[in-house]
Design a protein around this ligand. Structure first.
Ligand code: ZN
Ligand code: FE
Length: 291
């Protein structure tokens, strides 16, 4: 299966420089994040559909995979645990995941919950419970690096498999409250589909038009539009913008029966509208690609 990212990002550092991050594209659109502390040869993987590409990336970097952080238990996130188990390597790993995972996390050595901290490369990371996509879903924050799994995506958010919408909305609002320079290291490259929908509901947003031009240029070269920053997300992600009069108007027009009485309700209706996939009818000619 060919990945939609053919030119992976160069490694980058966290704010203090103590952590390096390497993106590993796996399957078609999954993004595995390797956290590389600068004070050791360790590597930590955040999620992963399978182990082989992650182990290869570690070998190329001269690193030893020492642990996995699992945001949630969908197969494309714990497949790496299962592979490591099959290869007899899981017992050597530290495996960190939720105190209340939806399914058991293979090899879990530590259970964490909202407010807990974990130390990697001398950096204290923070655990946030961000449910809505799946019960037990966690996000991990290390300095300016946010590993948010399938909760917040660049330009969008995850499906509400477990919901309810109000819980997802609360999770997203907590993430949106983090500092604007925070990097959104989500688990999939879905940016173009997400921004196509964003443009359908907010065609008056100049920052969105500018972002669409930038992202289409990147993606046309096989480059990745992940990570974004929270500043960008707050300015252009429709799921973080329930107060936008334009979004409210568009959602009301397309879903006349929807309850739009609260921000959480607007979020729920906006998510339901995206699930209808009307935005896939929008062609590139409908997008502001030549501003
Ligand atoms: Zn998922
Ligand atoms: Fe996923």
């Amino acid at each position: 299966m060919k990945h939609s990212v053919t030119t992976p990002l160069q490694p980058f550092r966290s704010l203090s420089g103590a952590l390096e991050v390497q993106m590993v594209p796996v399957w078609q659109d999954n993004l595995v994040w390797l956290i590389l502390p600068q004070d050791s040869d360790d590597a930590w993987a955040v999620d992963g559909p399978e182990a082989a590409p992650v182990l290869e990336a570690c070998a190329a970097l001269g690193r030893r995979l020492c642990g996995v952080l699992n945001t949630h238990t969908h197969r494309d996130h714990i497949g790496i645990n299962l592979d490591l188990e099959r290869q007899g390597m899981l017992s050597e790993m530290r495996v960190i995941g939720s105190t209340t995972p939806k399914e058991p996390i293979p090899g879990q050595t530590r259970a964490v919950d909202d407010g807990d901290t974990l130390l990697i490369g001398g950096v204290e990371g923070r655990v946030l419970r961000t449910e809505g996509h799946q019960d037990g879903h966690l996000s991990f924050l290390f300095e300016d690096l946010l590993f948010c799994g399938d909760t917040l995506f660049t330009g969008g958010c995850g499906y509400l498999f477990d919901g309810p919408p109000a819980r997802m909305f609360e999770s997203l609002m907590r993430l949106a409250d983090l500092p604007g320079h925070t990097k959104v290291c989500c688990a999939h490259e879905y940016t173009q589909d997400n921004l196509r929908f964003a443009w359908m509901v907010e065609p008056e947003n100049e920052a969105l038009a500018e972002r669409i031009r930038r992202v289409w240029d990147l993606r046309s070269r096989g480059a990745c539009a992940v990570p974004s920053t929270l500043d960008e997300e707050r300015a252009t992600n429709p799921f973080l913008r329930p107060g936008s009069p334009c979004i409210m108007r568009e959602v009301a027009r397309r879903l006349p029966e929807a309850d739009l009485s609260t921000y959480a309700a607007i979020f729920a209706a906006t998510r339901a509208l995206k699930d209808r996939k009307d935005h896939r009818e929008l062609s590139d000619a409908d997008l502001p690609l030549h501003g």
